[in-house]
Design a protein around this ligand. Structure first.
Ligand code: SF4
Ligand code: SF4
Length: 97
């Protein structure tokens, strides 16, 4: 088979670096009251590198217009991955109970 026989895939016109889905009621759903710790962002330390946004498995890190981040506590599960992934120690996991 010659190289010409293989189908040529079209290049995607745009590429989005983003999680594929948003949490929604009925999937994992709103977190409710069972979370034991919540991430609190120190905006003085945050550089806007977005690693926490990239690694959050729930897609609950919100990009702000000022380039920094906030947390959607309605859906955040308190896993702490954002805090662990932050290279600037800008996220603290605070006990809620
Ligand atoms: S604690 Fe977990 S679910 Fe909540 S914002 Fe951080 S990574 Fe996302
Ligand atoms: S990983 Fe840390 S420094 Fe980077 S955007 Fe998140 S909180 Fe800010």
């Amino acid at each position: 088979m010659t190289a010409e026989a293989y189908p040529v895939l079209e290049e995607p016109k745009t590429f989005f670096l983003a999680p594929l889905s948003k949490p929604a009621p009925g999937s994992a759903g709103k977190t409710g009251t069972w979370r034991t710790h919540k991430p609190v962002v120190n905006l003085e330390k945050c550089t806007g590198c977005l690693l926490c946004w990239l690694y959050c498995p729930e897609n609950t890190v919100i990009k702000l217009e000022n380039g920094k981040v906030a947390i959607d506590y309605e859906y955040c599960k308190g896993c702490g991955i954002c805090a662990t992934s932050c290279p600037f120690d800008a996220i603290e996991m605070v006990p809620e109970v």
